[in-house]
Design a protein around this ligand. Structure first.
Ligand SMILES: CC(C)(COP(=O)(O)OP(=O)(O)OC[C@H]1O[C@@H](n2cnc3c(N)ncnc32)[C@H](O)[C@@H]1OP(=O)(O)O)[C@@H](O)C(=O)NCCC(=O)NCCS
Length: 332
């Protein structure tokens, strides 16, 4: 029987365990050299190091061995950094990483943190998938370290509290694809009329967002996302690719809020920001369509969108019946 893994505060005397764990994780990727005394001397007394910076450190222990760790520390203006996040290969996929990251995020929130950032080597692709699952998105240029491992790092970030809307650039959009695909699939399975029929295959959903991020990269689309208390929960796009005789126009696409985050005002905030972005892009007339009778219809009317008309039997529902679609427009 495998011994239970226990999360606890990290201690200075975990040093050997932390060094072994980091060494094992780095060894999974070629070219990493762990020079503790030359480059990361804080590992010799890591709990004191984080406490001295106003942060905290956690360890996961199993059968007397350190098998997981994470630290966090405040930077400035409510920004915190997630540091030294490692889980032994034997524990991966079992929720340990999630437990560790939740502890660090909860600590930062409890101490006034509004945003979490983290740096991760460009080689650590499995870690990137993990951070993307935790709703982090790429948030800036690469950092090049002059260390023995020749590290080049991505920065990831996310807001920690409340509902926050951001416009994603191409790099952030690419990193958001897995989570956006989850949101799209959840909405389609829940009966949303957004071009797809249930059940929506994961690769189809990711393919849709991959194409959309390509349009974002080329300036053809604006992609907005919403976090609710640190979880990517909603999105909407503004399609700017209009015919030559309609340079003043744009279309709204894929307003989606995860079913678990509905009726908290997220869609309203997304649409308010979308209107601001349309104005910023010089678009004075925006058009959208929605299934007759959906919650979205109520939202658009409440936000002053004008009905242009409705088309019966416009789209198919998941159960094979047909539904009408209403077209709306609004001057920005
Ligand atoms: C439509 C959708 C985006 C709304 O997201 P949401 O974050 O829950 O919406 P909000 O909380 O911002 O709601 C704002 C207002 O819209 C209206 N509204 C939203 N959902 C509604 C519903 N199911 N029934 C009636 N009114 C609704 C209400 O007036 C609401 O204000 P209130 O909560 O104060 O009464 C979400 O239900 C969704 O993703 N649906 C599936 C995808 C879809 O249909 N998208 C529209 C494509 S055009």
């Amino acid at each position: 029987m495998t011994a239970a893994a226990v999360l606890r505060a990290g201690r200075d005397d975990d040093a050997d365990g932390f060094i072994d764990l980091i060494g094992a994780c780095w060894a999974e990727y070629p070219g990493n050299i762990l020079d503790v005394d030359g480059e990361v001397p804080e590992l010799r007394a890591l709990a004191s190091y984080f406490a001295g910076k106003g942060g905290a450190l956690w360890a996961v222990e199993q059968a007397g061995r350190v098998v997981g760790m994470v630290g966090t520390r405040p930077l400035a203006d409510g920004e915190w950094e997630l540091c030294k996040m490692y889980a032994a290969p034997s524990l991966r996929g079992g929720g340990t990483g999630q437990l560790l990251i939740n502890s660090a995020e909860a600590f930062a929130r409890a101490h006034g943190g509004t945003r979490m950032v983290l740096w991760t080597d460009t080689r650590f692709d499995r870690a990137h998938r993990f951070y993307e699952k935790q709703s982090y998105v790429r948030a800036g240029p690469l950092r090049v370290l002059n260390d023995l491992s020749k590290s080049i790092e991505f920065i990831y970030a996310k807001p920690l509290r409340g509902v926050v809307i951001e416009r994603l650039d191409a790099a952030a959009a690419v990193s958001a694809v897995p989570r956006l695909a989850e949101i799209l699939r959840a909405c389609v399975d829940d009966g949303a009329s957004v071009s797809f029929l249930p059940p929506l295959a994961p690769e189809t959903a990711r393919g849709f967002w991959k194409r959309s991020t390509s349009a974002v990269a080329q300036g053809g689309k604006v992609l907005l996302v919403a976090w609710a208390d640190g979880v990517l929960a909603g999105t909407v796009m503004l399609d700017l690719a209009m015919p030559p005789n309609q340079p003043h126009r744009a279309d709204v696409q894929k307003l989606l809020v995860h079913p678990a985050a509905r009726r908290r005002g997220i869609a309203r905030l997304l649409m308010e920001r979308l209107e601001a972005e349309a104005r910023r892009e010089g678009r004075t007339l925006v058009v959208l369509d929605t299934k007759e009778g959906d919650g979205a219809e109520t939202l658009y009317r409440a936000m002053g969108w004008q009905e242009a008309g409705r088309v019966p039997d416009f789209a198919q529902n998941g159960d094979g019946t047909m539904c009408a679609t209403i077209f709306f427009w609004k001057r920005m």
